[in-house]
Ligand binder design. Sequence first.
Ligand code: TRP
Length: 333
Amino acid sequence: MSKQIVVSGIRPTGNLHLGNYFGAVRSFLKMQEDYNCYFFIADIHSLTTHPTPGDLQSGVKQVLAEYLACGIDPEKATIFIQSDVTEVVELYTFLNMNAYLGELERTTSFKDKARSNPENVNAGLLTYPVLMAADIIIHKAEYVPVGKDQEQNLEMARKFAGRFNRMYNCELFPIPQPFTFDGGDMIKIPGLDGSGKMGKSEGNGIFLYEDPKEIRKKVMRAVTDAGPTEPNSKKAEPVENLFKLLKIMSQPDVVAHFDAAYNDCSIRYGDLKNQLAEDIVTFTSPIRERILEILKDDVYLGKVARMGAEKARESAQATLKEVKALIGFKRLF
Ligand code: TRP
């Protein structure tokens, strides 16, 4: 039986932090084993914010290198750069003819961006969900791994896929489903500033490319409290977060040791932070080294991008041919 198809796009902005790793990246690593995955860097989408050519290129290169360093395998998954597969722009144009101003204006991400950047409410921003739908359905994806922020965009993709099928009385496009792992496999990484979540916009990220010195500094600065004064007291959120991180990054006996120290009030947060910093560094160091190695290797990066583009184009061209025939783009004269 052929594998089910998964499509996911990655914005070429920002570097991967631990939160990304234990969220999206780890899911991708599992998915590439069992599904026919198309992972791409959404560089066309990123034009809505008008990057300079230099920033665009370095963003794409960095993201590609980081995902490869984490273990995304170009032999298993099709990893490509969106702008290398221009077929998607053609499908986007066709889908735009049946995407309505009202529904596009109503999407939350459009309203948010229009509100925060009123000087740059461009048509690309408005039709962002249409391009995203084209990305997904051009490979006839059955699944799309999505976080909360992308649920509505996926809903739009489902709508546009169904609308095309109905309009041309066909079943060309599967209706893509959100991909979720059984058993709630996603691990949410807390922030070190006492907040619930590690994120780029939260400014509390520990990045995979960061050197050990910087990581140690960040961990040592993590917010704590004055320490427990009564045995077995409940941990306040910042301390609870440190323990959560420790559970993810460290061995069970290490966690048990600090838990016991907390419970009998002998804990010194400095010791806990030292240990946590070392365990994070142990985890990130090999990834960091691979990132730096891959970034130096343009030949390898070029090979990966070309190979991915070739596989993705083959799939995109096949779909587009069917789309055009259905629309009526065939010469009768
Ligand atoms: N909109 C997604 C994001 O901001 C990126 C993206 C573009 C995407 N095209 C996609 C995600 C197709 C999944 C499928 O993260």
